[in-house]
Each structure stands twice: as structure tokens, then as C-alpha cells.
Ligand binder design. Structure first.
Ligand SMILES: Nc1ncnc2c1ncn2[C@@H]1O[C@H](COP(=O)(O)OP(=O)(O)O)[C@@H](O)[C@H]1O
Ligand SMILES: [Mg+2]
Length: 254
């Protein structure tokens, strides 16, 4: 009986290992085809601009100024392809964290500062609630600011794309014992149902010029801190919840 049960446990375990492996493979091929798509668009455009410029230069009475204009459009497209590769590398790179004891309110202030121009232009208020009471966390502050900027920018874009006259984004914090939680909430249009299940995969975007890397990179940053990033659909709007483990709040706190 005991050995039978063990055997079936081993079977279940083997199946689970196989399943996670398959899931990883699946994400890999999904990423590869998304990347191919993401790169072929700007590269094709760059090729077309370059060919057009070449034709102009070779013409009997070449309009060099026009050719230069067309060439610089080509350069922008190559730059866009470069940014995609750069972003992907950042996503896959597990570079070392530069941990330091950081106050959450100050970390959020830094992110607010970086997004304030965009938020002001869209008449969106950036608010924070309950942050000074949180214990300091032991994190790579630059990376956490990067995550917050990603989330705030997404919220600003969502609110302005929905053509809402004005709005607010609220960052709040909670000390949940084992976990420190930071929420970024907006009352915008909410997350589109078709992206909800694939939200944190690279190249998932509903924006015309979105790279779809922001949330994928942000989640991997939280995971490298042994925390997590989750999305919660609100009746009106979206909430992104960052969690950092308690231990990281207390190390070297003495
Ligand atoms: N606050 C939000 N409200 C509504 N949709 C959102 C919000 N944040 C993210 N999204 C959705 O998630 C998608 C992926 O976001 P992200 O990974 O940052 O890529 P990108 O901003 O380049 O599109 C966005 O295109 C958008 O559809
Ligand atoms: Mg984004």
C-alpha cells in the first residue's frame, strides 16, 4: 500500500515536472514567434525606406534632401528594432541586484517625480496613501522605481487613451506581516479581457506602438526580489499589487 502510494506520488511529481517543462517550452516558442513578428515589422520598413532613398539618390536629378529625410525614417525603424532587442535582453538578463535599505515612501516619490510631467499633461493626480508607516525594505531601489514607473505610465496611458477628462492614480501600502504590499490603482478603463491571461508575457500589448515588455520586466524584477507582481481587475479600473517578503524589510534594519 505504502509503496503503491509512493509510486503514484512519484508519478504525479514526474507529470508535474513534465508539465512545467512543457509550459516553459511553450512560452519559449511563443516568445520566439512574438519576437520575430516584433522585429520583422521595423526591419521591413527600414529596408523599404533604404531602397527608396537609394532610388532617389540614383535618379538623374537627385533630391538629396528628400532622400536624407527618407533615410532618417529608416534609421528610426532600425532604432526601434534595437530597442526591442535591448528590452528583451534586459528581460532575460538576471543581473545582480544592488540591494540597499530603502524607504517605500521615498521610492514611490522618486517614481512620481519621473512620471509627473506625463501625468500633469494628462491632468492626472498622483496620490499616495499610508506609505510613511511602512517599514523600510531591502531592495534594489533603482529596479523598484523602474517597476513603479512602468505601472504608473501604463495607468496614465490607459486613462488618457480612454479619453477620460481627468483621473487619479493611487499608490497605497500595507504591512501584512509576512508580506509588504504596495498597490498601484487607477480608475481607468480596466485591463482588456483578451490580454488578462497573458498580461505578464513579453510582447503582449494593446497599444499601437507598445512593446509589451513593461509588465514582463516588472514581474521578473519582483520575482528576483522573491516578491511578486499581480494584476487585479477592479469594477472600474485596474490595480497592480507588488509584494515584497517581510524578511527583506527587516534585514539590516537594526
Ligand atoms: N493600468 C492599466 N489599465 C489598463 N490596461 C493596462 C494597464 N496596465 C497595463 N495594461 C495592459 O497591459 C498591456 C501590457 O502592458 P506592458 O507590458 O506595460 O506593455 P505596453 O505598455 O508596451 O503595452 C498594455 O498594452 C495594456 O493593454
Ligand atoms: Mg507599459
Amino acid at each position: 500500500m505504502v509503496s503503491e502510494r509512493r509510486r503514484s506520488q512519484e508519478q504525479v511529481q514526474a507529470q508535474q515536472t513534465e508539465l512545467t517543462h512543457l509550459q516553459r517550452l511553450n512560452i519559449g516558442s511563443e516568445m520566439a514567434s512574438a519576437l520575430a513578428h516584433e522585429l520583422s515589422q521595423p526591419l521591413t520598413a527600414a529596408m523599404n525606406y533604404t531602397l527608396a532613398a537609394l532610388r532617389m539618390i540614383k535618379a538623374p536629378d537627385p533630391d538629396l534632401e528628400r532622400a536624407a529625410e527618407v533615410l532618417s525614417k529608416g534609421i528610426s525603424q532600425v532604432e526601434a528594432a534595437g530597442q526591442t532587442v535591448h528590452g528583451l535582453r534586459e528581460f532575460m538578463q538576471k543581473s545582480e541586484l544592488r540591494l540597499s535599505r530603502s524607504r517605500i515612501d521615498e521610492t514611490v516619490e522618486r517614481a512620481f517625480h519621473l512620471v509627473s510631467a506625463e501625468a500633469d499633461a494628462a491632468h492626472i493626480d498622483l496620490r499616495s496613501v499610508g506609505l510613511p508607516a511602512l517599514p523600510p525594505v531591502y531592495v534594489d531601489q533603482v529596479r523598484i522605481v523602474q517597476v513603479l514607473v512602468n505601472l504608473l505610465r501604463n495607468a496614465v496611458q490607459a486613462i488618457s487613451e480612454a479619453k477620460m477628462a481627468s483621473g487619479a492614480i493611487t499608490v497605497s501600502g500595507m504591512d501584512n506581516g509576512d508580506l509588504i504590499e504596495i498597490s498601484v490603482a487607477d480608475a481607468g478603463p480596466g485591463i482588456a479581457a483578451e490580454v488578462m491571461v497573458r498580461l505578464f508575457l513579453p510582447f503582449v500589448s494593446t497599444k499601437a506602438s507598445g512593446m509589451g515588455l513593461g509588465l514582463a520586466i516588472s514581474k521578473s524584477i519582483l520575482e528576483s526580489h522573491e516578491g511578486d507582481l499581480q494584476a487585479v481587475a477592479l469594477p472600474q479600473g485596474a490595480r497592480f499589487k507588488l509584494t515584497l517578503p517581510r524578511s527583506s524589510a527587516e534585514i539590516r534594519d537594526a
